[in-house]
Design a protein around this ligand. Structure first.
Ligand code: FEO
Length: 399
């Protein structure tokens, strides 16, 4: 056992990551209910290398473990797989501590280093697809994975131990509460946060994720060391399959009802819709009040299930603002394979229901009949339309 935040992975590789349970929202957007880990790794070979760093706020925690594993050795290389500040935050300190260090990155990494930190490294080793860096027994081969998660993102494969250092890919939300390796923890406790991380952070980049997975498929990967979430050494297949399914937008049968309601009339219809879906045989039904539930969770559920019903009141002649915000974001998510139903409420000039119609058209989703709109409160004919829509939805989502 080394310091509490350092773990021996093998004779040459150490884990030197940190946990962040203070930050409420990742990227100031996405709730961190169970915190997040910023993973970092050290290779101690004939040469030494630090693979990615951590968030600036965690320098002190990182430094303690890092100095402990280095045992006074000089740091030769800093490999930067990804420049987002949750991993690059302490690069200026590392360079200040080791002025002769060689920074390893690609051409875009160099640009980001300057733009974020005004750093023009004294020694910069620019790597391209397939380039290698020998550290002694261990050797890293670099693969470019642009847009997984940023343009400069790349991964490296260590051929002696067959480890993929995957940066954001194969990561998830959730601090590592003791277990570092997948066989030391119950991943069932992390799975929902891993899916939410995927959907929130890289979901809209799924084509690039799928391309990266295909590119890496020929490698014999015995271990995955991502920059968030557990280190995979026992059941590598589990995280590979999860990411594959998510990037291919493999859907489960179910319906997510999302509604926006000011005085409960649209909510009343949403509740009735849920009951109708259950009566039509749908088991997986999740209902969200768009004003209350953070978009992070709604996006996650919409990504997983193949059916959605949106209901919204009107507001200032337009779509209810919290629903409008969600819909705008959803268009950019490039979510496919959705069957969707709509309903809306208004009291004089409308705008909510027509706003939903425009959104579905823009998203390119399949709209089921009947869609319907009621004035101020739903009446008998609208409840009947809800029953018809639920029947149509139950048939349409059958897998
Ligand atoms: Fe964990 Fe895209 O940074």
């Amino acid at each position: 056992m080394l310091y509490n935040n350092t773990v021996k992975i093998n004779d040459h590789v150490r884990y030197v990551g940190v946990n962040d349970r203070k930050t409420r929202k990742f990227e100031n957007m996405w709730p961190l209910d169970h915190g997040i880990a910023y993973n970092s790794y050290v290779i101690l070979d004939e040469k030494t290398a630090l693979l990615d760093t951590v968030h600036l706020g965690y320098y002190t925690n990182f430094e303690e473990g890092f100095q402990h594993v280095m045992e006074g050795r000089k740091l030769d290389y800093l490999v930067i797989h990804h420049m987002e500040p949750d991993h690059s935050g302490i690069i200026p300190q590392i360079i200040a501590d080791y002025p002769d260090i060689t920074i390893v990155g690609n051409a875009r990494t160099k640009e980001f280093l300057f733009n974020f930190y005004q750093i023009e490294p004294k020694n910069f080793l620019e790597v391209k697809e397939g380039d290698t860096l020998s550290l002694g027994t261990t050797e890293l081969t670099f693969y470019m994975t642009p847009m997984v998660h940023w343009p400069e993102s790349m991964v490296s494969y260590e051929s002696h131990y067959k480890i993929l250092f995957s940066q954001d890919a194969f990561g998830g939300f959730g601090a590592l509460d003791g277990g570092i390796f997948d066989d030391e923890l119950n991943f069932d406790l992390y799975e929902a946060d891993t899916i939410r991380y995927y959907v929130n952070i890289i979901g809209k980049l799924s084509r690039q994720v799928a391309r990266a997975i295909d590119k890496l498929a020929p490698l014999d990967i015995q271990m995955i060391c991502p920059v968030h979430g557990p280190v995979w050494r026992h059941n590598v297949e589990r995280i590979l399959t999860l990411y594959q399914d998510l990037s291919n937008q493999k859907k489960q049968e179910g319906v997510v009802i999302v509604y926006g309601s000011m005085y409960g009339n649209t909510e009343r219809m949403a509740n009735y819709m849920g009951r109708c879906l259950a009566q039509a045989g749908v088991k997986n039904i999740i209902t969200h009040d768009v004003s209350k539930t953070d978009m992070s969770y709604i996006l996650k559920d919409l990504w997983i299930y193949n059916g959605a019903i949106f209901g919204s009141c009107a507001y200032n002649n337009g779509l209810f603002p919290p629903m409008d915000n969600l819909c705008r974001y959803l268009v950019g998510q490039k979510m496919t394979g959705m069957k969707v139903g709509l309903f809306g409420g208004f009291s004089w000039s409308g705008g909510g229901f027509s706003g939903l119609q425009s959104f579905v058209k823009e998203a390119g989703w399949e709209l089921l009949d009947p869609s319907f709109e009621f004035k101020s409160s739903p009446k008998t004919e609208h409840f009947q339309q809800a029953e018809q829509l639920a029947e149509a939805m139950a048939k349409a989502i059958k897998l």
